[in-house]
Write a new protein. Structure first.
Length: 326
């Protein structure tokens, strides 16, 4: 989910990247596990399966009126037709498929990366940038921002979406981004605390990984939710299983969600000094548990955020709707 050109190893997609610089990293699994117990609202995020799971869980929480408003807004997006081409409820399909749109445009030649020559404007898009820096926010040990705009963009997009007087096209553009970034905010490595590009420069070896023996730690975490082609009934069953295992968290605020992720990120590195670090069975099983908690938390919080941003009778509201407290 980390798409941060010109970073060397973006990993929003199924891992195909090559870890650049294996390094010894401190922190122990025990710390990760301790944080998982102590934090009031654990949650994590992801590859396409992770984003669809978060969106599916959110959709289940939304009432029919909220679903209708969201579906109407997504119908204004220029890529809406792609999202509803599959079988099933068109509103849910659009909502779930839109969750990966900010990652999908990485492979779309209509769009350009930071530092590249801008591609031609196209009807219906406020701009054609891929905005790789929107997916994460990194800080150093002193809390100084190292890069990324995840927190700022969740704020900005929320305000844009909540403004009933805003241009419909801009609000339709904002919605897939917000669906996506709420999930990203729950992936600990999207709120990194080291200068290792959110674990992209830490390589791990997982002897049980189905496709790659060595990959970046970030890619390994992004892949935890399941195969990226997860859709349909399998997606529904996976979402049901996660919801059965993990309770809904307190709402908190986007700032708190990212703070949780940052706390988790400090202890997310597998123990050891080898290069690559080896993923042991114990680390894998506990990481999956934590990932599940973060996915469920993201789904519930996304639903509540969207319901607050697009309440019934929005046309009667003024242009400065309240956001969740920071
Ligand atoms: Zn992302």
């Amino acid at each position: 989910m980390r798409c941060t050109p010109p970073r060397p190893a973006p990993t929003c997609l199924p891992p195909g990247d090559t870890p650049v610089s294996p390094r010894r990293v401190g922190g122990a699994l025990t710390l990760l596990l301790g944080l998982a117990v102590l934090l009031p609202a654990p949650a994590v995020a992801w590859n396409a399966a992770g984003h669809r799971l978060v969106a599916t869980i959110a959709w289940r929480q939304l009432d029919p009126d909220s679903r209708s408003r969201l579906a109407a807004l997504l119908a204004r997006h220029p890529d809406h037709g792609r999202w509803t081409a599959r079988a099933g409820d068109p509103g849910q399909s659009a909502f779930v498929e839109a969750s990966t749109w900010p990652d999908d445009i990485r492979r779309d030649p209509r769009f350009f990366d930071d530092g590249e020559t801008a591609t031609p404007s196209q009807s219906g898009y406020p701009d054609m940038a891929r905005h790789g820096a929107w997916h994460y926010v990194d800080e150093d040990a002193r809390g100084r921002r190292l890069g990324g705009e995840l927190d700022r963009q969740i704020d900005r997009l929320s305000r844009l979406l909540a403004d009933p007087r805003g241009a419909p096209g801009e609000r339709a553009y904002a919605l897939p981004w917000l669906i996506h970034l709420v999930a990203d905010a729950h992936q600990p490595l999207h709120a990194g605390v080291r200068d290792d590009e959110g674990g992209n420069r830490v390589s791990v070896h997982d002897p049980r990984h189905p496709r790659l023996s060595v990959m970046s730690l970030h890619a390994w975490w992004d892949d935890l939710p399941g195969p990226p082609w997860l859709r349909g009934q399998r997606l529904e069953r996976a979402a049901t299983a996660l919801e059965a295992d993990h309770p809904a968290p307190p709402m908190g605020s986007p700032t708190q969600w990212i703070r949780e992720s940052r706390q988790l990120a400090t202890g997310i590195y597998p123990p050891g000094e080898t290069s690559p670090l080896v993923i042991e069975d114990d680390y894998r099983s506990r990481a999956r548990q934590l990932a599940g908690e973060r996915l469920v938390a993201a789904g519930h919080r996304l639903a509540r955020l969207l319901a607050a941003l697009l309440p019934a009778g929005e046309s009667e509201r003024n242009a400065s709707p309240p956001l969740p407290a920071r």
